[in-house]
Design a protein around this ligand. Structure first.
Ligand code: IVH
Length: 683
């Protein structure tokens, strides 16, 4: 017998199990009961010990080990799975009257049977269903279209408030449903970091939660600090569950779920309205977003009696809050100059608490916006914040205006500045354009820095070690004025740079190697990085694929440029004007000489959609809109914005608008589902 196989792994297994159990207990205390029983260092040490043992003895590692919380598994795609129980949505309303109707109808239908309601928070996140068998998490699936969703089990395992193993008593087989939400503070921190790295910030915590669950790298998801709020439990026939909704949630809490404590049993409409009223005001004190209140009949045996409508149960309804709106004085307007020279007016507001954050500034878009809203000096503005985290100016507070205004002297209107607030150059407003811009592109500091920041940003050249502060440092030292200068930087110029010698040996080496690595960035992204007005990522890709190299692109006239899909006349003109300028040509030549990619042959991954034109509409389960468009192109297809007789297929997502469907039906264009699309390209 071979000596090694004789080694008894039993003591190791036991030790690993003990470690896992202890880590589970500590996690539970920390995330469910807000109690820290050991120091962070001690916790990390135990986690590392278990990780080490698992890599040494992979056959002893449990799929539900607490190390899975740290992530590390990578999902290339998310498997589509069918829900065992369809994930219904709720009827919803903004009107209290409809809540009264709901209550009266329910009482009428239940015809004297005693019952009560539960009122609870409507979490503003992403709905998921968790399947537990024998107390172990076996699968986590997103709502998707209600019938099928994405298997996001590996990412779900990284969420600390999702129990991997249940404690105490539990049903043998059931599904726990709830919402994954992004708490405000974690959301803000993550968005700030994204912006610092030149990435697009998420519009709101809901989008961010949804994006996080679809991350390919579960270790990234683990960093996102998501929270799972459980609100529903169901099981197959024959599995005994408590016969009240509130009883089920109480039980779930004992099993180890984090069930939010904000649930009330209400006996009549008065109590329901009081609950709604309370949370409409108090909701911003919560650490996460809610967008309404859910009212359910508490006695579950009555659910069958009340039944379902076409897509939602008759025993529950959601009341949705209106976007919160406040009025606050406009203290002044500043004018921000962006990288393309566009000057954006920004309202400086008297700080006001709105939707969980203090609002101090809001964009006023352009001169037309100010004029259309008739915003004047001394006005108070109405600011709104819905699900979106970015506050919006929705109008002037007319009541305040009346108080301010002296009968004989109306408030004075704003005058857009005539010269650039940064460099004093007279501003230009091109015919037919709403925005003013500063034409001094080569001498206006925020434009120069803005272009550099854009160039190095993640989606462009992705030069991570060059943040805005570094760029400012290089610019102020006179080393870098335009993007080509970056590639002339030498080590000895960098070391010791900054007031406290911010850049050291290592920093200089990192920067130079990041610049070196950027020479591999494909042509389409180099083109995007140049920062030509109106040329976004999509436009750059289209131009790169059409012309295949920079010389052909530079030689093209406006007409030819405008023929490229998604490149309109305005963009075409901007492109040819950009390349017409000698200083831009010289930058291009210097970048070429430095070794950046100035050409790239592009071939579709497959020719399955060659010669076809597809239109996409609605929301997809497997792709974002941009992803499905890119996917179509990668198979050789063209994407059009509207249905016409040239359309081959209309790919219909969820909630597709009725117009596109009607048009397709009228023209006899074939409508296919997302799954049929996938079958088409993957067959
Ligand atoms: S109960 C069949 N309770 O709101 C009833 N839903 O359209 C199942 N939601 O998709 C839903 N908070 O994502 C319920 N406390 C709560 C909820 C909640 C948020 C979401 C859920 C659902 C939508 C209702």
């Amino acid at each position: 017998m071979d000596l090694f196989s004789a080694i008894d792994t039993e003591p190791v297994r036991e030790h690993m199990e003990q470690l896992a159990a202890e880590l589970d207990r500590l996690n539970h205390e920390y995330y469910m009961n807000d109690r820290s029983l050991v120091s962070d260092e001690e916790f990390d040490r135990m986690m590392r010990e278990l990780q080490d043992l698992e890599s040494q003895y992979p056959e002893l590692a449990s799929p539900l080990s607490p190390t899975k919380r740290v992530g590390g598994e990578v999902n290339k795609t998310f498997r589509q799975v069918q829900h065992r129980f369809p994930m219904l949505s709720l009827g919803n309303t903004y009107s209290l009257e409809e809540i009264e109707d709901f209550e009266a109808r329910t009482r009428r239908l239940l015809d004297g049977i005693p019952f009560s309601y539960t009122c609870e928070l409507k979490y503003d996140g992403v709905a998921i269903g968790l399947t537990y068998r024998h107390g172990q998490l076996v699968q986590a699936v997103t709502r998707g279209n209600g019938t099928t969703g994405d298997d996001i089990t590996t990412n779900a395992k990284t969420i600390p408030t999702i129990p991997l193993r249940l404690t105490g008593d539990y049903p043998d087989d059931f599904e726990a449903r709830g919402e994954v939400v992004y708490p405000f503070d974690a959301f803000e921190a993550m968005n700030n970091q994204r912006e610092a790295e030149g990435e697009e910030p998420f519009a709101n915590p809901r989008n961010a939660a949804s994006g996080s669950l679809k991350l390919q790298d579960s270790a990234e998801c683990a960093k996102r600090k998501l929270l799972f709020c459980m609100y529903f439990m169901m099981g197959p026939d024959g599995i005994a569950l408590p016969d009240t909704h509130s009883g089920r949630l109480d039980w779930a809490r004992q099993m180890g779920f984090r069930v939010q404590p904000y649930i009330r049993e209400c006996k009549d409409i008065g109590e329901i309205k009081a609950f709604i009223d309370h949370w409409d005001k108090a909701r911003w004190e919560l650490p996460f977003g809610i967008d309404g209140i859910v009212i359910k009949v508490n006695q579950t045996p009555l659910w069958d009696r009340l039944g379902l409508t076409a897509k939602s149960p008759r025993w529950a309804i959601a009341f949705k809050f209106k976007a919160e709106r406040v009025s606050t004085p406009l203290e002044s307007i500043s004018y921000q100059v962006g990288r393309t020279g566009i000057v954006t007016p920004v309202a400086n507001l008297r700080p006001v608490w709105l939707g969980g954050t203090t609002v101090r500034r809001a964009t006023l878009v352009n001169a037309d916006f100010i004029e259309k809203m008739d915003i004047r000096e001394g006005d108070s503005l109405l600011i709104e914040k819905g699900g979106e985290i970015i506050p919006k100016v929705v109008g002037v507070d007319e009541v305040e205006r009346l108080k301010m205004k002296d009968e004989n002297s109306p408030l004075s209107t704003f005058r857009f500045p005539l010269v650039c607030p940064e460099c004093g150059t007279p501003l230009v407003r091109a015919e037919g354009e709403a925005g003013h811009y500063c034409p001094n592109s080569d001498g206006c500091r925020p434009q120069i820095l803005g272009r550099l920041e854009h160039f190095v940003s993640r989606r462009a050249m992705n030069i991570e070690s060059l943040g805005p502060e570094r760029l400012e440092l290089l610019y102020d030292a006179g080393l870098v004025h335009n993007v080509a200068d970056l590639y002339d930087l030498r080590r000895e110029q960098l070391v010791g740079l900054g007031t406290d010698a911010t850049i050291q040996d290592r920093g200089a080496d990192n920067l130079l190697s990041a610049l070196e690595a950027s020479k591999e960035v494909p042509f389409e992204r180099v083109l995007f990085a140049l920062g030509i007005r109106y040329v976004g990522e999509v436009g750059a890709r289209k131009l790169a694929r059409y012309f295949q190299n920079i010389d052909a692109l530079m030689a093209a006239g406006t007409d030819e440029l405008a023929q490229v899909e998604d490149v309109g006349e305005v963009t075409a003109r901007a492109v040819s004007e950009w390349f017409a300028r000698p200083e831009h040509r010289s930058i291009v030549e210097r970048l070429r000489a430095a070794g950046l990619q100035m050409s790239g042959e592009w071939k579709a991954a497959s020719g399955k959609l060659d010669g076809m034109t597809l239109v996409v509409s609605g929301v997809f389960d497997r792709f974002s809109r941009d992803e499905i468009k890119a996917d179509i192109e990668s198979h050789g297809g063209k994407v059009a914005g509207s249905v016409s007789s040239k359309t081959t297929y209309l790919v219909a997502g969820n909630n597709m608008g009725p117009e596109k469907r009607k048009k397709a039906e009228k023209l006899g264009v074939q409508i296919i589902t997302e799954q049929q699309y996938l079958d088409l390209v993957n067959e």
